[in-house]
Design a protein around this ligand. Structure first.
Ligand code: VGL
Ligand code: ZN
Length: 202
């Protein structure tokens, strides 16, 4: 089976980075490496997806309306914008999630692009069967997206040097990585990806 690859960058938004309302420790430190992954995928003409948390002001996802989280990534605000250093190419497919007031989930498979297509349709349309996944937060959006991807039969390579977790409990990220691997994801890192892609003829 020929592998059709794509890159998925999860929620690299201001509110999840330093100074944001739900800052993931070292979240923004993934950015230089993400830019390098982006360059590799661009160079090889492979699709790049970037998800964003895209909440209304009132949502059951926020503490004040019964959820678990402080207000973050409200549609149209600075906090919801992609982190400034992240160099997303023009052709990046943006996936928005958590956009309806009764939605309280983390998976990118619940997200839609600007024309309302969901992630699974977009992947199927481009015959993608392997996802390289990075971003924030390891034990929430990254984990639930990876588990869904595996459930739907995609291969998943977790970019372990370009993910970060919230770690409400200090072991949360490690546990999440464990779970993703146990369900069939495999880990890789920039060095390995760079070598792997340098062998692929364009
Ligand atoms: C996320 C907490 C709240 C995430 C989103 O994208 O990982 N985490 N909302
Ligand atoms: Zn959220």
């Amino acid at each position: 089976m020929k592998l059709q690859r794509a890159l998925l960058i999860v929620d690299l938004q201001n509110d999840f980075c330093r100074g944001g309302s739900l800052a993931v420790p070292e979240g923004e430190k993934t950015v230089p490496l993400l830019n390098k992954y982006i360059r590799i995928f661009s160079k090889h003409g492979l699709p790049i997806f970037a998800s964003r948390d895209w909440h209304p002001q009132k949502t059951v996802h926020f503490k004040r309306f019964g959820g678990a989280w402080p207000v973050h990534c409200v549609q149209g605000t600075f906090g919801a914008r992609f982190y400034k250093g992240l160099r997303l190419p023009e052709a990046t497919i943006i996936l928005s999630k958590g956009a309806s007031p009764d939605e309280d989930n983390y998976s990118v498979f619940q997200a839609k692009d600007s024309s309302g297509l969901d992630f699974i349709s977009l992947l199927k349309n481009s015959h993608i069967n392997e996802l390289y996944v990075a971003g924030l937060a390891t034990e929430y959006c990254v984990k639930y997206s990876v588990l869904d991807a595996l459930k739907y039969g995609f291969r998943v390579r977790l970019l372990e040097d370009a993910i970060r977790g919230v770690n409400i409990k200090p072991t949360d990220s490690r546990q999440a990585i464990h779970t993703m691997i146990a369900h069939g994801a495999t880990k890789t890192d920039f060095k390995k990806v760079a070598t792997q892609f340098s062998r692929i003829r364009r």
